[in-house]
Design a protein around this ligand. Structure first.
Ligand code: MG
Length: 253
């Protein structure tokens, strides 16, 4: 497994890539309202990525037909934007996207409520987000990769939610998906030692029900097998000798 360590110059480019992506998310979040189609959300994100002079890295990735993954309710990830999929009050919607700036990739995801959502849905979103922060408490040079996985798992377990096993986080840099893979569930081994200069996309995907997922016939959309809601939270993270730097964080969220 070859895990890339970024130079100071590369880290600067990653920071800029991630900052621009966070701005795209800020604007997509404003667009999430009852009555908007998932296609229109993709349009908002795609246009802004290009306006920033960047390339949407999800578009055509293994044939994915859009720039933004828009996944609603029981859709976990990789939802394909559609003109006839209109967001309704009470839905939750996960947006996952990335871009390329001067050859450097960024990747992030957030789940938003559409209008007023149930208390259970709010808790799922908030706890999914918190699980990321529980995981990255261990994300520093000298610790091991699976300390992060264990941190996420340990926190989520108490709620009886299902952690998605089939999809994992990943290294990121000049490629969207680099080594290592980063599971969101407990591991018996310790995994590789973390070093300053690694950039990782850490992304817990949490189901309100069981952890099992399945793929729809479009070969992209991943849904929960039991139909329960699913939430996703992801940042591109820089490992340092101290606290990790969350490169895609915006407005503290
Ligand atoms: Mg990712």
């Amino acid at each position: 497994m070859a895990v890339s360590i970024k130079s100071a110059r590369e880290i600067e480019l990653m920071r800029e890539s991630c900052k621009l992506l966070a701005d795209v998310f800020y604007h997509m979040e404003q667009a999430v309202k009852p009555g908007i189609s998932t296609y229109e959300i993709n349009e908002v994100g795609d246009k802004l990525i290009r306006k920033h002079g960047c390339i949407p890295n999800f578009l055509n990735y293994n044939g994915f037909p859009a720039s933004i993954c828009v996944s609603v309710n029981d859709e976990v990830v990789h939802g394909i934007p559609r003109k006839d999929h209109i967001l309704q009050e009470g839905d939750i919607v996960s947006l996952d996207a990335g871009l390329i700036y001067k050859g450097y990739h960024s990747d992030m995801a957030r789940t938003f409520g559409v209008g007023e959502i149930s208390e259970d849905a709010k808790l799922l979103i908030e706890r999914t987000r918190q699980s990321f922060f529980e995981g990255i408490r261990y994300a520093k040079a000298g610790n091991h990769l699976y300390d992060i996985s264990n941190g996420i798992d340990h926190y989520i377990k108490q709620f009886g939610y299902g952690i998605v096993i089939d999809l994992v986080g990943h290294g990121i840099g000049t490629k969207l998906h680099e080594d290592p893979q980063i599971p969101n569930f407990a591991q018996k081994k310790r995994g590789l030692k973390l070093c300053a200069g690694m950039t990782l996309a850490i992304e817990p995907m949490i189901n309100m029900g069981r952890s099992d997922v399945e793929w729809l016939d479009d070969d992209w959309t991943v849904v929960t097998e039991d139909g329960s809601l699913s939430a996703h939270y992801e940042n591109t993270v820089l490992i340092t000798d101290g606290e990790p730097e969350l490169l895609t964080l915006y407005e503290g969220y």
